[in-house]
Design a protein around this ligand. Structure first.
Ligand SMILES: Nc1nc2c(ncn2[C@@H]2O[C@H](COP(=O)(O)OP(=O)(O)OP(=O)(O)O)[C@@H](O)[C@H]2O)c(=O)[nH]1
Ligand SMILES: [Mg+2]
Length: 547
């Protein structure tokens, strides 16, 4: 927040206690609004539950003293937008409370749009990539090479529309934990190189997360925006987010970034002698107030996500009730998960893309196995190495679906030079998701994109080689899935004697998988071969009193 903006006093406005809370929390109230520069409270009347707020630089509309001021969501770190309650607007506090209770699409959109961590913005960037090559110690990456990591970094930047890589460099370092990451000589040479490339608008340092102080220091030295993997991947997520849930999850993942940025801003203000001063009448410093704003925002996002999680839980229990086995398709980003589900289900709505993090929402698609059993495939967000847990945690509401599935298919892009490293990363994330042991043991490993490998030969009899794109190997995969579903869901294949003049057969069609019906003659019965869960068989016996 730029304190210089706070200037001329234009008016005094009364706020009721509730509206004041809203103002600080940055919530939407009412319908009409106007925007102007930050406002701050100057007096507080405990007895009347009213606050007097001084509106500053309010160019377009005069505010009348004594008018309650409803508020539009403030930009994350400042109270920049307020709504002026009209003379005839009789909105009372209770109706405001009701409004707050339901988070609607528009509000999520507003929250999402306003929370863009400053600095990246929506403009294009010409990026200089720096990859610190750690030679030894705990931060050294053993399963990959610096060149391959650089290749992935280039891929990440190129994923973004209109972004391009201007130059890149791999520099070795013994001190990755230092603010400047590199030793003195390397850092100086790097700074000169960046400064000598005027077209550069951002530097991407290919590390998991830069500390706020390191980010600040590098930004000052290089004179351009500095990004780490966390902020870049978040930006990619932001560009690809389509649904309410994805937007909320991304907004949540952005909170730590905003928090560290806030710390930096306040440190800057402190240097100018302003950040830790008390805001008159409120008993809070600017930093404390903005921290509280962020906390409130975080709580709001979490509560909206919780509501969506409950909805998801309901849908999941409905799916369980219908007894469809659920199969989660997981893997490193761009390995071909969506392509595979599309090939297995024929779902034309699925759109695979040659792009990192094309899928950000967990979606469910029905498909049939050779025995005609219907299964549900869950398409999931792809993984990436060196991503902070916070990011994955933000997606835990959707990834929860995975922990409730019956089976996991781990898709690997076997043509990728880093395929082994990618596998290790995926398995690590799965372990951190606290997936039940039984489910971890159920994993079917699928080697995808074999069409890209000349003279491909199967190396491990346990894995299924396929080309999802060319639809090779899918029948074998479906057989394997079916076998595993029967094994891991406790379903059994049974032949039941069914009365054809009763609803038994219709019930079995609905609740189990009917494979064959053999009419046995005159007594109106048939031998019906079904795949049925223990629970469904129990219900069948009870309902039709079969012994
Ligand atoms: N040659 C070849 N390309 C494939 C195959 N399977 C997928 N692809 C391509 O790989 C790219 C990524 O495919 P997706 O299905 O979107 O991958 P994903 O794992 O869902 O990716 P994210 O959702 O971004 O994590 C697309 O361009 C696909 O056409 C395959 O078997 N062979
Ligand atoms: Mg996908």
């Amino acid at each position: 927040m730029n304190l210089n903006k706070i200037g001329v006093l234009t008016n005094h406005v009364f706020l009721c206690r509730y509206a004041w809370r809203k103002l600080c929390a940055g919530h939407v109230i009412g319908r009409r609004y106007m925007t102007f520069a930050p406002c701050k409270p100057i007096r507080f009347f405990q007895s009347t539950s009213k606050f007097v707020v001084t509106m500053l630089q309010c160019p377009r509309q005069k505010l009348r003293a004594g008018v309650a001021v409803p508020v539009l969501p403030a930009r994350t770190l400042s109270l920049t937008a307020c709504m002026c309650k009209s003379k005839n607007d009789n909105t009372d506090n209770n109706s405001l409370v009701e409004e707050e209770d339901e988070i609607d699409e528009a509000e999520i959109e507003e929250l999402f749009q306003q929370q863009i961590p400053t600095g990246i913005g929506e403009e294009e960037h010409r990026v200089f990539i720096v990859h610190p090559d750690v030679k030894w110690g705990s931060r050294k990456q053993y399963l990959t090479t610096a060149a391959l990591q650089m290749e992935e970094a280039v891929g990440l930047v190129n994923t973004l529309y209109n972004w391009s890589v201007v130059d890149k460099i791999i520099l070795s370092t013994k001190t990755p934990e230092k603010k400047r990451i590199f030793g003195k000589g390397n850092f100086q040479a790097l700074t000169e190189k960046i400064r000598a490339t005027p077209e550069v608008t951002a530097v991407f340092v290919n590390v998991e997360r830069l500390s706020p102080s390191s980010e600040k220091e590098l930004q000052e030295a290089w004179g351009v925006k500095v990004l780490d993997r966390y902020s870049l991947v978040l930006h990619i997520f932001r560009c690809n987010a389509r649904t309410k849930e994805a937007k909320l999850q991304i907004s949540l993942a952005e909170i730590p970034l905003l928090r560290s940025r806030l710390r930096n801003e306040v440190a800057n203000l402190d240097q100018q002698g302003g950040g830790s001063r008390y805001i008159m009448g409120s008993g809070e410093t600017l930093f404390e107030m903005q921290q509280r704003l962020l906390k409130e925002r975080e709580l709001k996002i979490r509560s909206a996500l919780e509501r969506l999680r409950r909805k998801r839980h309901l849908l999941r229990s409905q799916r369980k009730h219908r007894d469809f086995p659920i199969i989660s398709v997981m893997g490193y980003t761009n390995c071909g998960k969506t392509t595979l589900i599309k090939a297995l289900t024929g779902d034309a709505g699925l759109q695979p893309k040659d792009q990192l993090f094309a899928t950000l929402d967990v979606t469910v698609h029905a498909g049939q196995l050779p025995s005609h059993m219907t299964v549900l495939y869950v398409d999931t967000i792809g993984f990436l190495s060196q991503l902070p847990h916070q990011l994955i945690d933000s997606f835990s509401a959707t990834l929860e679906d995975v922990t409730h599935s019956d089976l996991i298919i781990h898709v690997r892009d076997i043509s990728h030079p880093e395929t082994v490293n990618q596998k290790v990363n995926v398995l690590n994330v799965l372990k951190n998701l606290q997936i039940p042991e039984k489910l971890l043991n159920s994993i079917i490993e699928v080697h995808n994109k074999i069409d890209l490998i000349e003279g491909f030969e199967v190396s491990d009899p346990e894995v299924i080689p396929i080309s999802a794109l060319k639809q090779h190997g899918l029948e074998v995969l479906k057989e394997k899935i079916e076998e595993a579903v029967v094994k891991y869901t406790g379903k059994q294949i049974m032949t039941l004697k069914v009365q054809l003049n009763s609803p038994q057969l219709a019930w079995l069609y609905k609740e189990a998988t009917v494979q064959t019906v053999d009419d046995v003659g005159d007594d109106c019965t048939a031998n019906v071969k079904v795949i049925i869960s223990q629970a469904a068989y129990g219900r069948y016996r009870k309902l039709f009193q079969v012994t």
